[in-house]
Write a protein that binds this ligand. Structure first.
Ligand code: OOG
Ligand code: NI
Length: 465
């Protein structure tokens, strides 16, 4: 009997979700086409260098999606569905603090965590959960109504969850069950045509457009999908050239004359989509909601904690200078800040302990013969080993907030006089009922494993530093 393993389920799910979303949001299909063209052109222009952060095959198939749910119980179910696909929760993002408009959610990302699994298919889903208990956004009456509404809806059919649990337990599904699982899973993330209760939706929208998108309807949906591209500036120009309105900026690091780090993202604006609405008198008519969009990203090196602190400080510096000199284009300011604040080569990043790499024997013994030195830097300098970048597989709270924000219809409201309620990674792990990985620990382990292998191959005793 033919079976599908978890990575095959993941790849099939990503492909089908992308096909579904392309049908529902045609501008997304354009985005995928343009990304593919840009990737092919970069490969022609730059040859092997274009594949420094992943083969063009992986990059072109790569997608992330985003979904939003209402309660810990719903998040727990989402974790079972993604668990079937070999995707585990990684990282904690508090977008309530990162956004200036009202984004009352906390988030994690489900993704494969092993290098081999990422290479097979790196599909990831940024998953946000509403925080009705945060009294800065929801007063007690609204909180109660919202929680009641959420407690009564059912996002995923029991059959889907049972198949998911089986796939996770057995690490595979027989073909016919896999087909059923994929069908039910993709359908759960389609846009529902059930009429939206207009009064309820608008009540929530006054607080936050995100709250309305999550808690104003009885189902969930993918709210964007994101292909990966090798030259995001070129993609931005080409999309604009095709008459598609993009958000104002590319989020994250600027384009500059040094290694790509972390993640750069941009998106086209959420489109008005016809949705059936039930008015206060019960009659159903066609209205429009503007919530779903397409995003695109370019990925670079994973940064260490120190590198990440540097990145955050550089962004703050860009803000300060941009505020002081509003006439200068922000991208120019950012480039200048980057050139002052970050080494402009991969070697420089390694020397300062700012980025993660895996290390591999270079296959050549240096001419002078001598014994292998017992530290990574000397091994690199003397040519015993070479460094390969570890690609950043996660997200950035500030960019995420920017993406949320630029696609919201209004600012919403928040009462800053009220106390915020605190959430963190451990709280999230408890809510999901699963371990939530620390992204830095994952990258570090990958780097350390490669160093241990090098040490063993070179017969170096003890730990390499
Ligand atoms: C998620 C926004 C965050 C990203 O790529 O940073 C995100 C959302 O809009 O629900 O997907
Ligand atoms: Ni995204």
């Amino acid at each position: 009997m033919k079976t599908l393993g978890q990575w095959q389920l993941r790849a099939a799910f990503a492909r089908r979700l992308s096909e579904m979303y392309g049908r529902e949001v045609p501008a997304y299909a354009t985005l995928v086409d343009v990304s593919r063209e840009v990737n092919a052109d970069v490969l022609l222009r730059s040859g092997a260098a274009a594949e420094r952060f992943g083969s063009v095959g992986r990059v072109t198939a790569e997608r992330h999606g985003a979904i939003r749910v209402g309660t810990p119980a719903e998040l727990n179910q989402v974790a079972r569905i993604f668990g079937a696909l070999g995707m585990e929760p990684v990282g904690f993002y508090d977008l309530r603090e990162a956004a200036s408009s009202a984004v009352p959610v906390v988030s994690t990302a489900f993704r494969p965590v092993e290098a081999g699994e990422l290479a097979r298919n790196p599909f990831r889903v940024f998953t946000s959960m509403l925080t009705p208990a945060d009294s800065r956004f929801f007063d007690p009456g609204l909180r109660r109504r919202l929680e009641n509404f959420l407690a009564r809806r059912r996002l995923f059919p029991p059959e889907l969850l049972a198949l998911a649990d089986r796939a996770e337990r057995d690490r595979e599904l027989p073909e016919a069950d896999a087909e059923r699982f994929l069908h039910l899973a993709v359908r759960s993330f389609e846009l529902s045509d059930e009429p939206v209760d207009q009064g309820w939706y608008e009540t929530l929208e006054r607080v936050s457009a995100v709250a309305a998108d999550i808690g104003g309807v009885r189902s969930t949906h993918v709210n964007h999908l994101t292909p990966r591209v090798l030259d995001i500036d070129e993609l931005y120009r080409r999309m604009t050239g095709r008459g598609i309105r993009m958000i104002d900026t590319i989020q994250g690091p600027p384009r500059w004359n040094g290694p790509d780090v972390l993640l750069r993202q941009t998106s086209f604006r959420a489109l008005a989509e016809p949705r059936r609405m039930r008015g206060p008198d019960g009659t159903v008519s066609t209205g429009a909601l503007r919530v779903r969009f397409g995003e695109v990203e370019a990925r670079g090196l994973a940064l260490t904690r120190r590198g990440r602190a540097r990145y955050d400080a550089l962004l703050d510096e860009v803000d300060r200078r941009a505020a002081a000199r509003p006439g200068v284009p922000r991208a120019d300011t950012a480039r200048a800040v980057w050139e002052e604040g970050l080494p402009s080569t991969e070697r420089g990043l390694i020397e300062h302990g700012l980025a993660f790499f895996t290390y591999h024997l270079s296959g050549e013994r240096p001419a002078h013969g001598g014994p292998a030195p017992a530290n990574v830097m000397d091994l690199l300098r003397q040519g015993w080993i070479r460094a390969e970048p570890i690609v950043y597989e996660d997200f950035l709270p500030r960019s995420a907030a920017g993406i949320f924000q630029s696609n919201l219809s209004g600012e919403g409201t928040r009462n800053t006089a009220r106390e915020a309620i605190r959430y963190d990674l451990d709280w999230l792990a408890g809510a999901i009922g699963r371990h939530v990985h620390d992204p830095f620990a994952l990258y570090e382990r990958q780097q350390n494993d490669s160093i241990a292998e090098v040490a063993e191959a070179l017969g170096i005793e003890g730990a390499l530093d």
